[in-house]
Design a protein around this ligand. Sequence first.
Ligand SMILES: NCc1[nH]cc(CCC(=O)O)c1CC(=O)O
Length: 300
Amino acid sequence: MSKLVIATRESRLALWQAEHVKSLLEARGHQVSLLGMTTRGDQILDRSLSKVGGKGLFVKELEVALEEGRADLAVHSLKDVPMDLPAGFALACVMEREDPRDAFVSSRYAGLAELPQGAVVGTSSLRRVVLLRAMRPDLKIEPLRGNLDTRLRKLDEGQFDAIVLAAAGLKRLGLGERIRVAFEPEEMLPAAGQGALGIEVLSARRDLLDALEPLSHHATALAVSAERAVSRAMGGSCSMPLAAFATFSGEFLQLRAAWGDPEGAVPPVRAQSALIAADVSQAAALGTAVAMRLREGGAR
Ligand SMILES: NCc1[nH]cc(CCC(=O)O)c1CC(=O)O
């Protein structure tokens, strides 16, 4: 069968994800190799992502490799993939989702409620900041960047009383025991696409669709399509605190979303809706409808 090259970032999580796709494809008879590369997002570690150009930072170099024919596939955490891909690129495959929740990580405290008044919590996600503030306005929330190992090290060095990370990344790296408690979506609604992997290809590469089809996961694709439609309709960038989380069971797609005021002047606006969805365009329509409800509720 075909020989495929996967372009990947070189963080431990990105490599795990690329290896995961590699082994799934190999099990189906393909020959696969990895092409590791460093992206702008990996180089810029001192500033909040929202200030330096956003989600595209982790994706651009991988797209150049696809364009130049040095690689066939790029594996991404969907959360980091911009809503609209550049012309000529397509999200060919959405894979089964890992745990979509956010995780409370701390060595001293068992959960948010145990944190003392004014405790220091690390996160650079604006979504996590506004949702944490809504639950615990007293906390001191401080920026936390770097790859997963760096963030855990900063916690272990005592720079924070607790940090918040995606459960999916920790579990993939075998660090699931660091999770003291996973936030229920009612408390901290996940980001669009959190926990799901997507495979990007050049749109012209119809030849790859057959190889990728067995890796795609219908329920995840529907959920993520609804979530990403919320972000798209809200003009979502990572400078907007936005959460969107959908679940699909039976034929029923349920979507919840939350918008936070970046200045924190008003509490988060929440909206939800559900419908029977059979394909990704119906799922996206649900996302658009929920975005409209957010706006009606005061989201900008
Ligand atoms: N923003 C970085 C990022 N992109 C994807 C994940 C975790 C894995 C996932 O959501 O699939 C993380 C780390 C985090 O948010 O803690």
